[in-house]
Ligand binder design. Structure first.
Ligand code: NAD
Length: 491
């Protein structure tokens, strides 16, 4: 079929149980070859108002009357329905992001289903505080807290793990009885709309889950965050965007939960299991083409094994297959957009200007086919930069790391902590005492020892400094998405 003669797919807003067009549309591109895969309906201020109104109305409907057991049952149905449509979700996610089909099948889509199951189960078993309070007259009082929904939650998410990160917020918000208006990234709108179909099939009442598509400033993102009838905003994305949203919501003093950027360090000690460390760091640097907030961009290696480690990581990086996301053997797909590739390439140029030695990569791969129209870069490793270099300080968000040597544990800890971010760290050592000692000194939300990206969804997840505000996961999510009302009874 000739290009242009094909009917393009439409990705619509979902408001009050209806799929809705907007006055304007924008193109959804496949980053693997730059082709247009769909036209997306942009929500203007009027549609965002409609979505918030629908969400507020749904709080007063059957959803608001259901108890925890009924809500949890529905959330399990949502998880089941995601699995029934597993291949559709994988295809949509791969087309939007360019991530390898293997990755979407093993990580993104299974985790989306798991998010609904975990939070359905956590809410069912969550207890509440209760205190018997002694009073001077000896009659005493009983205090107990009840959990109530916050109301309408505005959810704004990025493009790197679109469905995974969206459901990480939607599932606990719904488990707590809220209704939501979600604004997925303009780069990856497909799976949020697909999830709307699943919500309908699973019997989630109209208005409980709404989707508005669009951009940030002066578009759906900003219309949602500044909306007076939105009770809380939860956001994952860049630190600068978090700062802008914080200003917007300040006027109405809304609670915010922010999962932001990172410049994560890995500390590799000479006593590590060498092969495990090389494989682990390679995954931590290059998974999802380096586009995971938890990815490692700074690697510190004890001097005794520095040269050997750099050589082994170089061989590993050069063995990774960069290519079509649809090939099962592909390790790395493209970056998300030409704009993001330009940003990553600007850091590649900057690294050279700052005096880096290029161990491998630093450019754009050539395929000799349609993939040359995609937004690919090579897996890249640098050494030789001072700790003050911008490439060591700023988040690049691509398949790239800088490797530097250290001499003592104290020096390694101090270099790892010398950042304005504070999301994640990993430590590679077979010395148990050192593992605990160093892990506890990391100024981050999550430290892994001899592993990376191993997640138990009940544990606290979040960052310090520029990496965010608050914690999500298990009870931490429930506490953000609930209003606690303490009741004090004089006995
Ligand atoms: P981004 O901040 O550019 O965009 C994220 C979302 O915010 C998009 O939906 C966008 O449309 C919206 N947005 C932008 N400006 C807005 C505004 N003024 N008001 C309201 N909404 C606005 O982030 P991105 O480029 O999509 O994602 C990559 C970033 O996300 C990286 O910095 C990465 O580290 C971070 N991230 C963090 C985590 C975490 O858990 N800490 C997870 C994934 C990604």
């Amino acid at each position: 079929m000739r290009r242009g003669s094909r009917q393009l797919k439409s990705i619509l807003n979902y408001i009050d149980g209806q799929f809705v067009r907007g006055k304007r549309e924008f193109a959804d591109l496949n980053p693997a070859d730059g082709s247009v895969i769909a036209q997306v309906a942009e929500a203007d201020q009027g549609l965002v108002d409609d979505a918030v109104r629908a969400a507020r109305k749904a709080l007063r409907g059957e959803w608001g009357r259901w108890g925890i057991r009924e809500r949890a049952t529905r959330l399990h149905k949502v998880a089941d329905a995601i699995e029934t449509r597993f291949d559709c979700f994988v295809a949509a996610e791969v087309a939007d992001t360019g991530k390898p089909v293997e990755l979407a099948s093993k990580l993104d889509v299974p985790r989306a289903a798991a998010n609904f199951r975990v939070f359905a189960d956590v809410i069912k078993t969550a207890g509440m505080e209760s205190f018997q309070t002694e009073t001077p007259d000896g009659k005493n009082a009983l205090n107990y807290a009840v959990r109530k929904p916050l109301g309408v939650i505005g959810i704004i998410t990025p493009w790197n793990l679109p469905l995974l990160l969206l459901t990480w917020k939607v599932a606990p918000a719904l488990a707590c009885g809220n209704t939501v208006v979600v604004k997925p990234s303009e780069e990856t709108p497909a799976t949020a709309t697909l999830l709307a179909e699943v919500m309908k099939e699973a019997g989630i009442p109209d208005g409980v889950y709404n989707v508005v598509h669009g951009f940030g400033p002066n578009s759906a993102g900003e219309f949602l965050t500044q909306h007076p009838d939105v009770n809380a905003v939860t956001f994952t994305g860049e630190s600068q965007t978090g700062a802008a949203i914080m200003k917007t919501v300040a006027a109405s003093v809304k609670p915010v939960s922010f999962e932001l950027g990172g410049k994560n360090a890995a500390l590799v000690f000479a006593d590590c299991d060498f092969e495990e460390a090389v494989n682990g760091i390679s995954e931590a640097v290059f998974l999802n083409t380096g586009q995971v907030c938890l990815c490692t961009e700074r690697v510190y290696v004890e001097r005794a094994i520095f040269e050997k480690f750099v050589g082994a990581l170089k061989r590993k990086a050069e063995s990774l297959r960069v290519g079509s996301p649809l090939e099962k053997t592909t390790d790395l797909g493209p970056l998300i957009s030409s704009q993001h590739r330009e940003k990553v390439l600007s850091y590649f140029r900057l690294a050279r200007e700052e005096g880096a030695e290029v161990v491998t990569g630093g450019g754009v791969p050539e395929f000799g086919n349609v993939l040359d129209k995609g937004f690919y870069v090579q897996p890249t490793i640098y050494t030789g930069l001072p700790e003050s270099a911008r490439c060591v300080k700023e988040e690049i968000f691509g398949p790239v790391c800088h490797v530097a040597p250290f001499d003592t544990e104290e020096e390694a800890v101090s270099m790892a902590n010398d950042t304005k971010y504070g999301l994640a760290a990993s430590i590679w050592t077979t010395n148990l005492k050192r593992g605990h000692r160093v892990a506890q000194q990391m100024n981050v939300g999550i430290t892994w020892v001899n592993c990376w990206f191993l997640r138990d969804l009940r544990t606290p997840f979040g960052g310090t400094g520029l990496s965010g505000i608050g914690r999500e996961g298990g009870m931490h999510s429930l506490n953000f998405y609930s209003e606690l009302n303490n009741i004090c009874i004089r006995l």
